[in-house]
Write a protein that binds this ligand. Structure first.
Ligand code: FE
Length: 236
């Protein structure tokens, strides 16, 4: 079994070298040299490069079409969409109530892309309750609201520890919760994805939806971060 795994790694590493060569010739791999070493050597990275290399050479995948898909996920959908939903929920109690009752219905009203086929559920952080989202099976994520998941969200350590020791995970992210705060962990699936509505930071009274949305971070909408009071920790 160990030999199998070793062979698989060697195969993937060789395939990756081929893929890197192809990328170097085409100029598409210029950014890969800037990846952290541990990420560049991960199985995910090696598998992806091997697959891209093989499928491209067999003409089963059009690199231009793939670039368009990546552009869609990186630029057309993203955390800025979720941030606006969160900001609006802070200033409009009726919108917030409807969002918590039926998130997908609100997403449809807002004409968000990709809301069909997967249910969306918004959960709210309060002084008493902190919500954290994970996908223990793979990397299910509310991409219509947040775009692509961060690398750590797909990491095996996060997926395992988030359900066993969520306070420990949050501590690693720099968030220490009081003992009397209830922590709720939501395990995403292909059918249901979750969005955390973080608490509105203090010092933001009177700000517009656009101004508030600029304060909402991706990680706060996963529950991995708590938004700091406005004016602290930045130059605002
Ligand atoms: Fe998943």
């Amino acid at each position: 079994m160990a030999d199998d795994k070793d062979s698989r790694r060697k195969f993937l590493a060789r395939s990756s070298m081929v893929a890197s060569t192809v990328d170097a010739v085409s100029g598409a791999g210029a950014a890969s040299t800037e990846e952290p070493a541990e990420y560049a050597q991960s199985d995910y990275s090696l598998r992806t490069k091997a697959l891209v290399s093989v499928l491209t050479r067999k003409k089963l995948v059009d690199p231009a079409a793939m670039d368009a898909v990546i552009d869609f996920y990186e630029n057309k959908v993203g955390p800025h969409i979720g941030a606006r939903v969160v900001a609006r929920s802070w200033v409009d109690p009726n919108y917030r109530q409807r969002l918590l009752a039926d998130t997908r219905a609100v997403a449809r009203e807002d004409n968000l892309t990709g809301v069909e086929g997967t249910d969306l559920v918004a959960v709210e952080n309060t002084p008493e309750v902190h919500n954290l989202v994970v996908c223990t099976l793979c990397s299910c994520y509310p991409w219509p609201l947040l775009g692509l998941p961060p690398t750590w969200y797909k990491d095996t350590a996060y997926r395992a520890q988030a359900v066993i020791d969520p306070r420990g995970v949050l501590r690693k992210f720099g968030l220490e919760l009081d003992d009397d705060v209830e922590v709720r962990v939501w395990d995403s699936t292909a059918q249901v994805r979750y969005l955390v509505i973080p608490e509105r930071p203090s010092g933001t009274e009177g700000m517009s939806v656009e101004q508030l949305a600029a304060l909402v971070t991706r990680d706060s909408m996963i529950g991995a971060e708590k938004l700091a009071p406005h004016g602290l920790g930045d130059n605002a």
